[in-house]
Design a protein around this ligand. Structure first.
Ligand SMILES: *Cc1c(COP(=O)(O)O)cnc(C)c1O
Length: 224
């Protein structure tokens, strides 16, 4: 696709986001994070040139390489993947705009220690395993509110901004919807939460209709 064709293609994606958000309310704003994990720096630059600013990666090493390669562009980098303890320092070196996948109290405490030592803060979302899938990370929905409050209390260098979830891994829309509804209920109960990150290429319209205000789009944004 040349730039003009790509622009037309992205306009159509944005129209889908628009019509889903307008079903919720004209005041319901949804932010798109373009997940670039299957894409290279040239492809990211192309998307930047037609207006996209926020990008997400799920591996610290990839985030580091792409952020370095594109450091001259005013991009906003999100880290959306599982964070191993031995990669915390590498992630903090990059100063990501938002860490979407804070998935345990234990990780929160490790992060707090490293943040304190650097005298820095990090914006983060609590990942919730709303579909209760073994293959997924995140706190269980039953303990999410308590974990959220505990992190806020015990980890002053982590700015918890809200919650994140990956929709249930199934073709059954009702089950996916249920997992989004579960996350949204928790989002509403968490004090001070402003970001509800849920929805990917295959389910973002449903996620928005369930209250999501941040969607993470990979394949659909890069036409893969
Ligand atoms: C890969 C990934 C996405 C984007 O997936 P697509 O289906 O390509 O949109 C979103 N969120 C997380 C956590 C991911 O790992």
């Amino acid at each position: 696709m040349n730039t003009t064709e790509y622009k037309i293609y992205i306009d159509a994606v944005i129209r889908r986001v628009e019509s889903a958000r307008l079903k919720v309310s004209p005041h319901h704003i949804v932010k798109v994070v373009a997940v670039s994990k299957y894409s290279n720096s040239d492809e990211i630059k192309k998307l930047y040139e037609i207006g996209q600013r926020a990008f997400g990666e799920n591996k610290v090493q990839d985030l580091k390489e792409k952020a370095n390669a594109l450091e001259n562009l005013p991009l906003e980098w999100h880290f959306i993947g599982n964070l191993q303890k031995n990669k915390i320092n590498n992630l903090l070196d990059i100063h990501p705009a938002l860490f979407h996948a804070l998935d345990s109290l234990e990780l929160a405490h490790e992060l707090q220690k490293k943040l304190e030592a650097r005298d820095m803060t990090l914006d983060a979302l609590l990942q919730i395993n709303s579909a209760k899938e073994q293959s997924k990370h995140g706190v269980m929905p039953e303990s999410a509110c308590e974990a959220y409050a505990q992190i806020k209390k015990e980890c002053p260098n982590i700015n918890l901004k809200g919650v994140m979830s990956i929709g249930a891994h199934t073709e059954d829309r009702e089950i996916i919807k249920k997992s989004f509804d579960t996350t949204f209920e928790i989002f509403k109960q968490c004090e001070g939460a402003t970001i509800c990150s849920m929805g990917m290429s295959g389910d973002f319209e449903l996620a928005i209709e369930c209250g999501s205000n941040m969607i993470r789009l990979g394949s659909v944004m890069f036409n893969k």
